[in-house]
Design a protein around this ligand. Sequence first.
Ligand code: NAD
Ligand code: DAU
Length: 356
Amino acid sequence: MARSILVTGGAGFIGSNFVLRTAAASGVHVVTLDKLTYAGNVHNLATLRGSSEHTFVQGDIQDRELVRSLLRTYDIAAVVHFAAESHVDRSILGPEEFIRTNVGGTFALLEEAKTYWQSLSADGKNSFRFLHVSTDEVYGSLGPNDPAFTENTPYAPNSPYAASKASSDHLVRAYHHTYGLPTLTSNCSNNYGPYQFPEKLIPLTILNALNGKAIPVYGDGKNVRDWLYVEDHCDAISTILKLGKPGETYNVGGSSEKANIDVVNTICELMDELVPGSPSRPHKNLIKFVTDRPGHDRRYAVDASKLRRELGWQPQENFRSGIRKTIEWYLSHKEWLDSVVSGAYKDWIAAQYATR
Ligand code: NAD
Ligand code: DAU
């Protein structure tokens, strides 16, 4: 029988990219547990419908009975935990769900994973893994000349989202230290690529450019993020799952720092090239500087040398190649974009941008 892994949040952006590639690899059965919040989309996994390599379960990671039953029924060998509320702006407008899912949900999963793990044979215990997918935002904000975040950078989260992820990281650490649960934590920089919900900077810019709508850039546009193509993140997660040392944390990043305005300008230039008949050319004319995000972190940069040195991982895409692929994917998946831009999405855009 194939080895089974439980993937939480596998219908979201990074989770679905991970599930699609993992279920395609032979010998792994993936059980996806996803609540299907506004950010989850079961159609992301449509190509796996009917596949014996994949089982989809709609449910909440806080439902301990459900988690307990999935771990036992499928004889789970590893948990890969993506499920979270992930958008910083939403955490500013409504932090409660972030505490519930990111802190309470991670706690529930850890409790059930611990009990399950304790019941395994010695071999099962040795090989079991709980991989917690986290973010570089737990480290706070860097000045222009500060060195990039390492695994030893002190935690200094600044948004409710970052604080909730930092809390979950601490819980994961404690379950390893106290109970011996074989945990792994990855702290990754900003991802982009197929299936990203168009509330985040890159897909929002592509969508608005396509529709001839204003492209909102917060503040002076000079905040810096370190961008990584989602496939490279998924590859890092597979590598950490296979080779990572229990109890360790690994930073993941693309060594690709860019100011937001440069990211937006690049997308606009590529849209000019890839949609030559667009009435919105030059797309740069759509850029609109708007009121800044409260508490907006100025700069993130990730030092991923531990992952490269110890586990041999390195990204395959650079920003130029990855962003072109990403735009081409959105242009060839307009039906996907149409399907996610629902009434609820329009309500969010109105609440977030109308008065900026
Ligand atoms: P996403 O918002 O696109 O997807 C989150 C998924 O979790 C959705 O499918 C949603 O339905 C599901 N979910 C939410 N609450 C749930 C619950 N209570 N029970 C079960 N499922 C639930 O997020 P993403 O961008 O794919 O991020 C995935 C993970 O990676 C998150 O933990 C995030 O913190 C982390 N991360 C994201 C980035 C990034 O740039 N997007 C970078 C580093 C780390
Ligand atoms: O660093 C990793 C994090 O990256 C992940 O943990 C988060 O889940 C993910 O959402 C992302 O957080 P950011 O806040 O950096 O991503 P976002 O796409 O929301 O914003 C990227 C930058 O662009 C940020 O500096 C804010 C800015 N921005 C964002 C939006 C939505 C704009 O200027 N305009 C916008 O409309």
